[in-house]
Design a protein around this ligand. Structure first.
Ligand SMILES: O=C(O)CCC(=O)C(=O)O
Length: 318
């Protein structure tokens, strides 16, 4: 009787032992947790700070949005602010008809564009963005640093274009990475008024009234928000409507990397052996204030159309 029981228990014991062994071996592998600074388990050769997928959470599928906790170190945030702070100008928006950059009350912050690969730290951050988003570095625009003081905001808008001119350089902006460079005491949230998740996010009194109008993300120094402006089939996603709520207390620093469906650098890299000239006497002045990057179609053309300031923008060899 007793030996019969032992025989029937034998297969059970066998499987139990296998289960125990596998559980022990899994628990002995330590994955870095959120907020853990030990990045030695992951290795990305193109950026000295390892990309760590365990820090990423999915926020919404409509629009597709993800938050990376501690994407930038404190030092990287401070470095971006230091590079930008003496060069800030009133932020502009793209005019829907002409595509030109124009002043508007829709956006009351100030901002400036860094150069791509401006120094080692920027090169590193750009490499990390490429790893996270799966988009090559050349599809990205230069990083734009933004500063919002008390009451300043960016009303809800789309990052995809509605004019034909901007579309010619790199096509639509498909994704945006917003990096928060400072904490904000109150307000300054990034809000998505059309998000599918707008009604399901509980909000207490720490959120501004503006943030309560949609799905919102509180700026926290070092965090980065990635969202997509196009659906998987490359049509525009109107749920990607987003804005920066007015700052109520403190100030907000952020940095934006817009990513296009195609190579955004091509016009800059194009070397024309003929027509290496400026067509406007103001070209060198405009080039110095960053117009080659801010108004690329006019300044350097798009590889088919020759720009008006090819020489000053170093877009050709004479
Ligand atoms: O700073 C923010 O939270 C929003 C910025 C933004 O909307 C943009 O740069 O397109």
């Amino acid at each position: 009787m007793c030996s019969l029981h032992l025989l029937t228990l034998l297969p059970f014991c066998f499987f139990f032992c296998i289960f125990l062994l596998s559980a022990l071996s899994v628990s002995s592998v330590r994955l870095p947790a959120l907020g853990d600074n030990d990045n030695t388990n992951t290795h990305v050769p193109s950026s000295s700070v390892a990309f760590d997928p365990t820090r990423v959470t999915q926020l919404s599928w409509g629009p597709r949005a993800f938050l990376y906790k501690g994407f930038l170190s404190e030092e990287e945030c401070d470095h971006l602010i230091n590079l930008a702070k003496d060069k800030m100008e009133k932020s502009l928006v793209a005019d829907n008809e002409s595509g030109k950059s124009v002043k508007s009350e829709v956006r009351t912050s100030s901002g400036m564009f860094l150069s791509k690969a401006q120094d080692e730290i920027i090169t590193d951050i750009e490499a990390r963005i490429a790893t996270w988003t799966f988009f090559p570095i050349e599809n990205g625009e230069p990083i734009q640093v933004l500063h919002y003081e008390n009451g300043q905001k960016y009303d809800p808008h789309f990052d995809f274009f509605r004019d034909k001119i901007n579309l010619q350089v790199g096509g639509h902006r498909i994704a945006t990475v917003l990096m928060y460079l400072s904490n904000v005491e109150k307000g300054g949230e990034t809000v998505f008024p059309n998000s599918d998740s707008r009604l399901s996010q509980p909000k207490d009194e720490s959120w501004s009234e503006c943030a309560k109008m949609g799905y919102a993300v509180k700026p926290e120094k070092g965090d980065a928000l990635l969202f997509f402006s196009l659906h998987q089939n490359a049509t525009t996603d109107t749920r990607s409507l987003h804005g920066s709520c007015p700052v109520i207390e403190g100030e907000k620093w952020s940095a934006t990397k817009w990513i296009h469906v195609r190579d955004f650098e091509k016009p800059f890299k194009q070397k024309f052996s003929r027509n290496c000239a400026d067509e406007n006497e103001n070209c060198s002045k405009w080039a110095k204030i960053g117009e080659c990057r801010k108004n690329p179609l006019y300044m350097v053309g798009n590889g088919t159309i020759i720009g008006h300031c090819m020489k000053s923008c170093n877009a050709c060899s004479s």
